[in-house]
Design a protein. Structure first.
Length: 245
């Protein structure tokens, strides 16, 4: 990780705020994570129409509540520890991206796996979470589209901005980008028309030279999205209350 504060990783030209760090994890760490994901028990995978997912430590209940439980170590170290050691600005070395979140750290990890041609419709992440999303990408690059709404209130079909997420990178979205805009991944096998003019984080990429004629052919891409769920319930406290009757 070559930056000493998030400020150095800010994606310019976007609504506030996005940060992109190309080499957030090493190749060995990427392989470790891919192998943990691949060897997770089969029922962990949920097959959706256009991707498959794992949710750690568990799905949210209907009212957006997480059952209190720790994340496995391989999802904490190195990723969460590294996020927490990265100051937002060097003038305040104690502050990090989850300093102001209710639990001071993410407590939910959603793992998405996309084959070429798969994606996710433009959406907002909603009110269940503190408005910070940290996404670590594994395996392949693809672009995340940032969409606005048109005058009639419907989602714009074409993204206003695109962010290229390389393997081993960290992308953080927060603020207006979280609350006012939608994000999605187009269901295509190749990202095209990639250039400094069309990719918001071009100057922060590790390997812009791997994009030939503005094109990038997708391979299997896995993402780990880290969030802090606002409502957490302890099962133990419920049993405790019953026990006292
Ligand atoms: O895979 C990604 O980078 C995006 C995932 C996403 O938008 C979501 O989980 O809500």
């Amino acid at each position: 990780m070559a930056v000493s504060s998030l400020e150095e990783a800010r994606v310019k030209g976007l609504p506030s705020s996005a940060f992109y760090i190309a080499d957030f994890i090493t190749e060995e760490e990427e392989q470790m994570l891919l192998s943990k994901i691949a060897t997770a028990p089969k029922p962990r995978w949920k097959q959706l129409a256009h991707r498959r997912i794992q949710v750690w430590p568990s799905d949210l209940s209907k009212n957006n509540t997480l059952l209190d439980s720790s994340l496995p170590n391989w999802l904490v170290d190195p990723i969460i520890s590294r996020m927490q050691s990265l100051p937002i600005s060097t003038t305040d070395p104690q502050s990090h991206i989850f300093s102001d979140s209710p639990h001071g750290a993410p407590n939910l990890v959603l793992i998405n796996e996309y084959q070429p041609g798969e994606g996710i419709m433009p959406h907002k992440d909603g009110v269940a979470y503190h408005p910070v999303v940290c996404t670590v990408s594994l395996g392949s690059s693809l672009t995340l589209g940032i969409h606005g709404k048109n005058e009639s209130g419907s989602t714009e079909s074409e993204p206003r901005w695109r962010i290229l997420q390389e393997p081993r990178s960290l992308l953080i979205t927060t603020g207006e980008l979280y609350t006012d805009f939608l994000h999605g991944i187009a269901e295509i096998t190749e990202d095209v028309s990639l250039s400094p003019d069309t990719v918001s984080n071009w100057d922060l990429l590790r390997s812009p030279d791997r994009i030939i004629d503005g094109r990038h052919q997708r391979e299997t891409r896995t993402s780990l999205t880290y969030r802090d769920v606002l409502k957490v319930t302890k099962l133990g406290s419920k049993f405790g209350a019953l026990g006292k009757r």
